[in-house]
Design a protein around this ligand. Sequence first.
Ligand code: 6R9
Length: 646
Amino acid sequence: MHEIIHAVPSEWAASAHVDINTYQDMYRRSVEDPDGFWREQAARLDWIKPFTKVKNTSFAPGNIDIRWFEDGTLNVAANCLDRHLATRGDKVAILWEGDDPSESRSITYRELHAEVCRFANVLKALGVSKGDRVTIYLPMIPEAAMAMLACARIGAIHSIVFGGFSPDSLAGRIGDCRSTLVITADEGLRGGKKVPLKHNTDSALTKTIGDEKVLVIRRTGGEVAMHAGRDFWYHEMAATVSDACPPEEMSAEDPLFILYTSGSTGRPKGVLHTTGGYLLHAAMTHELVFDLKENDIFWCTADVGWVTGHSYIVYGPLANGATSLMFEGVPNYPTNARFWQVIDKHKVTIFYTAPTAIRALMQAGDGPVKSTSRASLRLLGSVGEPINPEAWEWYYRVVGDNRCPIVDTWWQTETGGHLITPMPGATPLKPGSASWPFFGVQPAIVDAEGQIMEGACEGNLVILDAWPGMMRTVYGDHERFEQTYFSAYKNMYFTGDGCRRDADGYYWITGRVDDVINVSGHRMGTAEVESALVAHSGVSEAAVVGYPHDIKGQGIYAYVTLMAGVAPSDALRKELAGWVRKEIGPIATPDLIQFAPGLPKTRSGKIMRRILRKIAEDEFGALGDISTLADPAVVEDLIANRQNRK
Ligand code: 6R9
């Protein structure tokens, strides 16, 4: 295969924070002397009480324990706001672009500081204090960032639930971490459509223990029911409190937030991140990977409901005193040119989005892009799933006019920030490769036996030692943390991703190797979709796998066995898709449903997903050994009735 390499442009090598020599020197130091390296880097943050210990971490079986800067204290909101006031008080912190192109807002650091203090006082008035969990279920409005920072200011732990999740999903997440407050809005607005967030919250709260309070932000002014004594309007309360609120002194290892993410088994896990290490990793990667300069306008198109929004809309940019653009809408509303128009309108210099959006916009052709100037752009980024070289090249050539490097950043909810990524002044780019490890990150590729392989190879991606931004535990279930990430390979963090390393040491992520599928850059546990399906009275059994999808990366393919006496029909197919949508949320809606009288099982009753994946991919010629199946005949029926014919 002919591999294209885009060399580092000489202007970039000369002006970027990190050139190739700096990268190599810093990388070597970061793994040879982690204590010295991270002690210096931690000076990026303002500490209340300086730390004396740097790294205290163990990946040893039975003793997974991650601590960084553990005797230091600081406050995240003070780092994101207060410390910028003297020099950047009038600089725009959040540049907000509404769903409707006529709506935008800019909020300076001084204004954001005052509003966050006010918000923090509202939280206190509602009885929230240090260590309490607060669930945030908001659309992409500045108040979402304010709510996060207000929690951080008083030491409350936020747990954001993406606004596209259903009442059931919301209820599960409120209950799992025992949140005492839910912050929501009357309605959200996306692509001209209203999202009934308060109504969903009301339904969710019929399924929780019921002692939660609700703080409601007025976004659309739509009619909502307010329950006296339980529900409070933010604007009413904010008018009664002061805009001064001293930041709480937090230990570096105090929790900052919980974020639920899908795994291969069971219910979503509450990934826990703490204060010092997380903020350092978010700030440092945001500055170095995006080569941030004082006048940049940085736009990350993620939703704050995902980790990308946490680290690269809110915490990283604000810790660095940057201007962060926050977008309420969607890429194709009102037209397919929206992203590019927003770039021109706000003179965006760094643009960070997901391959699924790039592929969708690529299908709309070059016209909508070329109708705009995009002259302000200097750097592009990609995140969320592997980017295919065709989409990479289109992004580079059409969106970036062959002028802007692309940083393809590989990382996870669990990792807090980028782990494998190019740096624009240092790394020659290979389209489709996330390239080299970030500072302090020691990736390795292991074979099925867990042996580390050297040189060019392909296998499973592990990380050999701890880095400051990594998750500390699964909230309330440390054993599950160890089981999920440290039991497959001893003394290593297992990412769940497959990976190839080429002869130049470039890492190429090949996708998940567990039962997690990546739909439009969103992680979905196949087990979650299956349990939603079997909750329907007509379904006796279900198995869900991913299959290649042109735009979403992976689509959701569900095999469903019906209860005796229930007849398969297109109407039922529709009903089941709608059912999953209601149970989990629109992102979990199956794309294809195949009614299967039987599923391929081993004699011990295990569903052979390998076979189901092959059939879903329309690659049934290569099913491999099916002799261990209890009833090989089911396979013929599955093939005959397959739903994805290429
Ligand atoms: C940040 C984020 C994590 C999973 C991860 C991997 C996939 C993310 C990628 C990528 C290839 C990239 N992934 N970035 N695959 N290249 N640049 O997306 O977090 O939602 O937890 O998903 O996404 O499979 O394991 P999260």
